[in-house]
Design a protein around this ligand. Sequence first.
Ligand SMILES: *Cc1c(COP(=O)(O)O)cnc(C)c1O
Length: 388
Amino acid sequence: MSVKKSPQTALIHTDYQAPEGFAAFPSAIHHASTVLFKNVAAMRSGDWKEKNAYTYGLHGTPTTFTLEARLAEIEDGKHCLLAPSGLAAIAMVNFALLKSGDDVLLPENVYNPNRELGRWLSADFGITARYYDPLIGEGIAALIQPNTKLIWTEAPGSVSMEVPDLPAICKAAHERGVLVALDNTWSAGLALRGFDLGVDIIMQALTKYQSGGSDVLMGAVITRDRGLHDRISLAHMRLGMGVGADDAYLVSRGLPTMRLRFEAHDAAARKLAAWLQTRPEITKVLHPVFPDCPGHEVWQRDFSGAGGLFSVIFDERYTEAQTDRFVDALKLFKIGYSWGGANSLVMPYRIQQMRKNWHGSGTLVRFNVGLEEVQDLIADIEQAFGEL
Ligand SMILES: *Cc1c(COP(=O)(O)O)cnc(C)c1O
């Protein structure tokens, strides 16, 4: 029964209910901090861990549950948790699975903010973070200690592009009871089937291809094992890892076109990379499709595509000042971090300072190939070579 309302109360309360039966393709955007319970019993019986009921906006709405379910399905996983950025997703995995006294192994070519997080864990949390050669394969066995709990992998490393042998790393890890997490951002969950290769946890920066708009920051952690998911859920809840409804909607909106975009990025990147291989200014193109890219055979065995991200090494006769001039002279390639959007991007890296065992002295420049006409991108690079 409805109560009588003054106009002021009517501003806040309404008895109107839209008719049921509305159906459309886009997922609905539910904004909520407070979630309403039908009665006290429903409130008391609610369990935030079960995604069949709602307790609080931070713990999920139909908008976020739907996106999580879709991402889990794309990766062939069972469970998914959203985080406010890819880096937040990485941090959530670390805080869920590591405690004081534990050890975590990271590849030398790991996403740099993950390395920074490792430094913090080592400095302030009593956790050791150690680094391994991304091409180590089954040799990782020799690095695993009794207190090693987690091995991060990245396939390939998003600056220097070495492709790790995931099945070999997973086998060595699992024989010793160690979990393996994969940063699968490069492949968008499309070109590399991480769970089939043995990994336990897949992390995605949805900021890249899933969004596709260079406008959203979001991350996901996907698992198959319920126990593992529950451990990460606890960290998700304790750390307050909520995502905004509009952002979740934007990521959902990107999914139907993601495969077409990914394939277009891939085709254009291969053309551009092949052209760069013929250029005298470049000594090496770091793209896993080429046999001289470290881990190429593994890429051929395990991947079904490549996306739009690769790097080149300039001939060492060019100084950093010269390659900086090249980068500044590019018109279509804009200088910026991230990738997966329609716009081509470029970024120089001081790889010799980032990596202990880096051989060679030429400057590394990374390209994110967008969706522009590839001939225009080639022409842009050609004119910028003139500035060297
Ligand atoms: C971008 C990226 C991340 C982090 O994603 P953000 O949403 O920018 O925090 C993590 N790993 C890889 C490989 C990335 O490219």
